[in-house]
Design a protein around this ligand. Structure first.
Ligand code: 4AD
Ligand code: MG
Length: 463
């Protein structure tokens, strides 16, 4: 007989069915007539209640070991449950304890622990209600991402993790080297001699798969990446990770309007999928974490996003009846507080800001005829701020070369990227969705370190 998942048993199990379950003990209660054990296997928020009859052979020895955290297998027969709040329970005919967990030292006690504490036990925290719900929702989001693009004929392409180019031009890259760091070779002028390094030149962990996605879009039309990206920005915030996952679609023969339409449809699709497939977990977040997440999700699915230009956004921010910490002025980048004001307070829904000043955006964005702005778009979400960053790309060779030089970059390093503009160039566009930010937005989790199993951030790498 194969093992069944508890989620399936709770949904479909019928009295008199014999089943085997495997999981970890959440709680134990010993009464005179029976011992009751709640077991969880991660498939659902709810536990399955196991009823153990003292007549079971070796009863005392087994029950003694069934402490919170112990791993067990139970064979038994399902019976209708007299207890309220559960339809069915399992009457054990055999219990195997694989590994016990000493109640004196097991860190997950029955009481509520703070997220700060749980971050220090990242190897165990997935066994709690909150984190197991987060990672089920994260899984559902990932599935929805692939389903959305695959249904539309986009090709999933795998872009490199080690790269020689700084896509965003922000210089926030981690170096990749196999030099012995105590004996780094230097040339006559005391510069590091990268010709002796593994790749023969400086190499980094990628900040974005976009440049390579553009290559693939010039052969397949519509593609997307879904992979890890790395940024060495020293920002200890609740919205930044040093390692995060990004989804980057890239579309040939597409302009900024098409890009925004796809991004909006994409976010709506993910939210709809999660509401339909993770109802129990979403209700948990709504009850326990943030009582607006269900309404926010519905609102997001059913309403058009707000769209306005950067210039219009700055005018609204200047008029705002609010003291901002950072200055608002045409030409300066929007800070998180400005983004949140727009999405959270003013429009109360996801907001797309377009046409940013050329001076604050990456070299690859398409220059507008006014030569002051580029065809960029950021999607701002209530509570989170920027969740998507995208643009129409500069497809004209001469202008792109000018932009690369203006940013102090070397166009020879990007010869292959420029070749795309030499051979069969087309208008094209794409965007990047921060995967953890969307999971944060969906679940209402306040800190991005709580929506990825093993967060990487400044001074944070223990697990
Ligand atoms: O706006 P960004 O920097 O855009 C790009 O990387 C483009 N190459 C995307 C493209 O057009 N293909 O990053 C995209 C998104 C942000 O909107 C944000 O959601 C997320 O990535 N992001 C981060 N998420 C977590 N931690 C960080 N340090 C992040 N930096 C960016
Ligand atoms: Mg951005």
């Amino acid at each position: 007989m194969t093992t069944q998942r508890i989620a399936v048993i709770l949904r479909n199990g019928q009295p008199d069915e014999t089943v085997t379950v495997q999981g970890w003990v959440r709680t134990k209660r010993e009464l005179k007539e029976f011992a009751f054990v709640e077991v969880n296997d991660g498939s659902a928020m709810a536990n399955l209640q196991i009823v153990i009859d003292p007549k079971l052979s070796n009863y005392e020895n087994i029950v003694k070991q069934l402490n919170t955290g112990a791993s067990i297998e139970v064979v038994g027969v399902l019976v209708a449950s007299p207890a309220k709040g559960q339809r069915i329970e399992l009457k054990a005919s055999m219990v195997i304890v694989y590994g016990d967990a000493d109640p004196q030292t097991y860190p997950l006690q029955k009481k509520r622990h703070s997220f700060e504490f749980l971050r220090t036990i990242a190897h165990l925290r997935s066994r709690t209600n909150t984190y197991s719900a987060v990672f089920r929702v994260r899984n559902a989001c990932a599935y929805a991402v692939h389903q959305f693009f695959q249904e539309r004929g986009f090709l999933w392409v795998h872009t490199p993790i080690i790269t020689a180019s700084d896509c965003e031009g922000a210089g926030e890259m981690f170096s990749v080297t196999n030099f012995d760091l105590t004996k780094i070779p230097r040339n006559d002028t005391q510069q590091i001699d990268f010709s002796q390094d593994f790749f023969g030149k400086p190499a980094y962990l990628t900040v974005s798969g976009q440049l390579e996605a553009e290559v693939m879009a010039m052969a397949f039309g519509n593609v997307y990446t879904f992979g890890p990206t790395f940024r060495a920005e020293n920002s200890n915030t609740s919205r930044h990770l040093a390692e995060f996952w990004m989804i980057e679609p890239e579309m040939a023969f597409c302009d900024l309007e098409g890009d925004m339409d796809l991004a909006e449809a994409f976010l709506k699709y993910i939210f709809k999928y999660v509401l339909e497939n993770c109802r129990e977990d979403m209700e948990f977040f709504n009850d326990r974490i943030d009582n607006t997440v269900l309404a926010t999700a519905e609102n997001m699915i059913n309403n058009q996003f707000e769209r306005l230009t950067y210039t219009e956004a700055v005018a609204l921010l200047e008029k705002a009846d609010k003291q901002f910490e950072f200055p608002v002025k045409w030409g300066l980048d929007l800070q998180s507080e400005h983004e949140r004001y727009l999405a959270e307070e003013l429009f109360k829904k996801p907001t797309i800001v377009t046409d940013y000043p050329v001076g604050i955006k990456a070299f690859y964005m398409r220059l507008s005829d006014d030569e002051k702005t580029v065809r960029a778009m950021d999607i701002l979400a209530p509570k989170i701020g920027e969740i998507i960053g995208g643009s129409q790309r500069e497809e004209r060779l001469d202008i792109l070369e000018r932009r690369i030089e203006a940013q102090g970059m070397n166009k020879d390093d990007l010869w292959w990227y420029l070749d795309l503009r030499r051979y069969g160039t087309v208008p094209h566009a794409g965007f990047g969705l921060g995967f953890e930010r969307v999971v944060q937005f969906m679940t209402g989790m306040g800190n991005i370190r709580d929506v990825i199993p093993f967060p990487r951030a400044p001074l944070t790498i223990d697990f």
